[in-house]
Design a protein around this ligand. Sequence first.
Ligand code: KIV
Length: 300
Amino acid sequence: MVNGENPFVPSNLQIFASSQFKSNLMAELAPDFSKVKRVTTNTLGEMKEHGVKISMLTAYDFSFARIIDDAGIDVILVGDSASNVMAGHETTLPITLDQMIYHASSVVRAITRCLVVVDLPFGSYQGNSKVALDSTIKIMKESGAHAVKLEGGKEVKESVERILSAGIPVMGHLGLTPQSIYKFGTYTVRATGETEANKLFEDALLLEKLGCFSLVLEKIPAALGGKVAQQLKIPVIGIGAGGSVDGQVLVMHDMLGITKEFKPRFLRRYLNLYDDIKKGVGEYINDIKTGDFPNEMEQY
Ligand code: KIV
């Protein structure tokens, strides 16, 4: 076998072993990760090694987390997007540590298989690594979650180091980092210019070197997402970062069509629950008003 050739492909067919072909083949030959009883940070690393894509979705409460875990998701992110979709705030900034713990503990009570990662909320880790560690320990103790996620690179280096030194797995988050929205000014695509792209790349390398087990890249050019994923050994999970990363994450309310107005290009809606729920509730109201509900079978 010539160096670099795919050992599973006959030598006369090596020319067809493009990177897409190789990753499809790797995924086909990989262990069946859907049979894994508990997804851990190590499982995610093994999935990347075998070219198996990682699925991640947000959840914030017991009932939805139970369905999502039962459907076979690899990772539930208890995102600080709870501030938007659960509490109705315009940004992720107002949500508190105790509110994140409330959401995370509800999710943890529901799941049996997936890994649960919790966002450290704004103000709970920036600037002071001791505060960062205290916040993280409180989340881990009071929610039972498995890992935390925080936004930023070099600026949060000390906080990342301190949390990791306590044995707590950390997921990084670069690109569009919503907790910095007032610095950015808009929610447009990040790192389109060379300077910001270079910084993102350096930050990604740094987070891996520090010991983060995974990295989220949000709303950046697909080519940059692919470059980072190729360079890093840890899994890179994208939201609007293209298809060449190691997995995808979406906000549950967006992919289920519970939110209506939010329509970024990266979002694929799988259901239209806003309209479905509205229709169901409308029928319920009508049945009450007309006296159709409850009928004889629905009473004692
Ligand atoms: O809070 C969140 O939902 C997130 C995802 C967008 C990655 O951080």
